[in-house]
Write a protein that binds this ligand. Structure first.
Ligand code: TYD
Ligand code: MG
Length: 458
C-alpha cells in the first residue's frame, strides 16, 4: 500500500480535509485550500495502545517542589530596544518569531544584532546570497570572525552545522524558505512551515540555543503559515512602520518570558537601524507658531511615556456625504468622539469632512490620546490654535465625561521634562497625587464642556 496520501489543508487555520474545498469548514475562509502530500510514519493502529505496556524509565511527572528552577540567565546584545521588547534579553532555548512586511527591515534588525555583538552567531539565509549579506553587513558594522553566514534552506543541513558550530544564537531568514527533507511539499506551504518550525523548536529546546525566525506577513497582516507558528514559538515580535517614514516600531504580540506591552522604536538610516531612546522629542512636529488643528497627547507605549501630536482638519463637506479619514488612529473611535462632541457640545461636525492624522506615522491605541484628538478637531473646526505648550492625557467617555488613565504621573513627568507648561488630565486621576513637585501646571477637568472653556474659551 502507498505510504503517501494527498490531503487538503486550509492555509488560514490549518484544518485538514480529505477532499478539496472552496470554503473552509473550520474557519469559514474562502479559497484557502492547499493540496499537500502527507507521508504516513507507520500506521496509527499499531501505536494506539502503546501506553498499556511498561512505562518508560526515567521520564515521569515530577512534583513541583522537586523541580530546581535555575534562574534563567539571559544573553544580551547591544540593542536596548530589542532586549527590552524581548523582556530583558535572549532566553536560552527560546524561539522567537519576527514578522513584518517585506522591506520593513527584519533582516537588517537581526543582521545588525548579529554583527554588533561579541557572541557567536549563525545567520542562515535562504533569501540572499553571501555577497549580498556581506554588503549589507558592511553597512551596519565591521565584520567579526565570530559571525557566521550560511546560505541554505535544508533544515537538516542547517541544524547539523548549527550543532557543530554551537552558536550563542541562530537566525533563520526566513521560515518560509526552509524545507524539511522529510516532506515533499514546497517551501512556504503550511505543512513545510509547520514542520520546519517544529524542527527548529526541538533544536532550540534540546540544545538551549535561542533561535530567531523571520516570517513574512501575508496580505491580511498575519504571519503566513498563520496561527500555527504563533503557537509553536515562545515570542512573537512584529516589526511595523510606514514606508514613507523612517520610523520602525517593534512590538511584542506574545511573550512567554516578558510583558507584551513593550515596544521598541528605531529609525532606518543608511548604516542600519538606529535605536530611538527618546521618542517624544522626535515625534513632536517641529513648529514655532501656534497653528490650529493640532494638539499633543501624553500617551504610554508599553512602560514608556511618549508625547505624540494629533492633527485634525475639519472643512465643510462639498460633495454630499462628509468624509472621515483617520491615519494612525481607529476610525470608529474617531466616529464615536465626533458623535460625543456633536451631542454633548453641540459642535456641527455632521456637515464637515474630518481628517485626523497622528504625526510620525505611528499607530496609537492608548485611549489617553482621546483628549488630544478632541482638542485637535475642535481647534480646526473653530480655527483657534491650542497653545503649543499645552498637553493632554485623558479618555473621553460616551457622555462627554473625561475618564482617568493609567500611569498619569509618568505622563506628567514626561510633559514636564519636555517643557510643556500645562497638562490637562481627568479630575478622577488626581487622587493621592502631589503636583507641587512639577513645574508644569496640572489642570483637572471632568467634562468636555470644561475643557472647551479652559482651552478655547468657548
Ligand atoms: P530588509 O532588512 O531587507 O527588510 P526585510 O528583511 O524586512 O524584507 O530592509 C530593507 C530596507 O532597508 C531596504 O529598503 C533598504 C533599507 N536599508 C537602509 O535604509 N539602511 C541600511 O543600512 C540597510 C541595511 C537597509
Ligand atoms: Mg529580508
Amino acid at each position: 500500500m502507498s505510504k503517501t496520501k494527498t490531503v487538503y489543508i486550509c492555509s488560514n487555520c490549518g484544518n485538514k480535509a480529505p477532499k478539496w474545498f472552496g470554503k473552509c469548514t473550520s474557519c469559514g475562509e474562502w479559497n484557502t485550500c492547499q493540496e499537500e502530500i502527507e507521508s504516513k510514519p507507520g500506521t496509527r493502529e499499531a501505536r494506539k495502545d502503546s501506553w498499556r505496556g511498561e512505562p518508560r524509565k526515567g521520564h515521569r511527572p515530577v512534583p513541583l517542589p522537586e523541580i530546581q528552577a535555575k534562574g534563567i540567565v539571559r544573553t544580551t546584545v547591544p540593542d536596548e530596544e530589542l532586549m527590552r521588547v524581548l523582556g530583558g534579553g535572549i532566553v536560552p532555548g527560546s524561539i522567537v518569531l519576527l514578522g513584518g512586511q517585506p522591506g520593513i527591515g527584519k533582516s537588517t534588525l537581526l543582521l545588525q544584532a548579529a554583527v554588533r555583538t561579541n557572541l557567536r552567531v549563525l545567520y542562515v539565509s535562504g533569501e540572499e546570497s553571501e555577497e549580498q549579506i556581506k554588503m549589507r553587513a558592511d553597512r551596519v558594522g565591521p565584520s567579526r570572525p565570530d559571525c557566521y553566514i550560511f546560505t541554505e534552506t535544508n533544515t537538516e543541513k542547517i541544524l547539523k552545522q548549527a550543532r557543530e558550530l554551537e552558536p550563542d544564537f541562530l537566525v533563520i531568514d526566513s521560515i518560509q524558505t526552509l524545507s524539511s527533507p522529510y516532506l515533499e511539499s514546497t517551501p512556504g506551504s503550511v505543512s513545510q512551515v509547520r514542520e520546519t518550525a517544529g524542527e527548529m523548536q526541538r533544536f532550540a529546546k534540546e540544545t538551549g540555543v535561542p533561535v530567531f525566525l523571520i516570517g513574512h506577513i501575508n496580505k491580511e497582516g498575519s504571519i503566513a503559515g498563520p496561527k500555527l507558528l504563533e503557537h509553536i514559538v515562545d515570542t512573537v515580535l512584529q516589526f511595523e512602520g510606514d514606508r514613507h517614514y523612517s520610523y520602525r516600531i517593534l512590538r511584542t504580540l506574545k511573550n512567554r518570558f516578558g510583558s507584551t506591552d513593550e515596544m521598541g522604536i528605531y529609525e532606518m538610516q543608511a548604516d542600519g537601524l538606529r535605536e530611538v531612546s527618546n521618542p517624544s522629542e522626535l515625534l513632536l512636529a517641529q513648529k514655532d507658531e501656534d497653528l490650529s488643528g493640532s494638539a499633543v497627547g501624553a500617551t504610554m507605549e508599553g512602560m514608556r511615556p511618549m508625547l505624540i501630536e494629533a492633527q485634525g482638519l475639519v472643512s465643510s463637506a462639498v460633495y454630499g456625504n462628509p468624509q472621515r479619514t483617520a491615519t494612525g488612529f481607529d476610525l470608529r473611535r474617531m466616529g464615536m468622539l465626533l458623535a460625543v462632541l456633536e451631542k454633548r457640545c453641540h459642535l456641527p461636525f455632521g456637515q464637515n469632512d474630518v481628517f485626523l492624522n497622528i504625526a510620525g506615522g505611528i499607530r496609537v491605541s492608548d485611549p489617553a490620546i482621546d483628549l488630544a484628538v478632541v482638542c485637535a478637531l475642535i481647534s480646526s473646526l473653530h480655527d483657534i490654535p491650542v497653545p503649543k505648550d499645552y498637553c493632554f492625557a485623558g479618555e473621553v467617555g460616551l457622555s462627554g465625561e473625561i475618564r482617568s488613565v493609567n500611569r498619569v504621573e509618568q505622563r506628567i513627568q514626561e510633559a514636564d521634562r519636555l517643557g510643556f507648561t500645562r497638562i490637562f488630565i481627568s479630575k478622577y486621576n488626581a487622587k493621592g497625587l502631589n503636583f507641587d513637585k512639577y513645574n508644569i501646571e496640572v489642570m483637572l477637568v471632568s467634562r468636555l464642556e470644561e475643557l472647551l472653556d479652559e482651552v478655547f474659551g468657548l
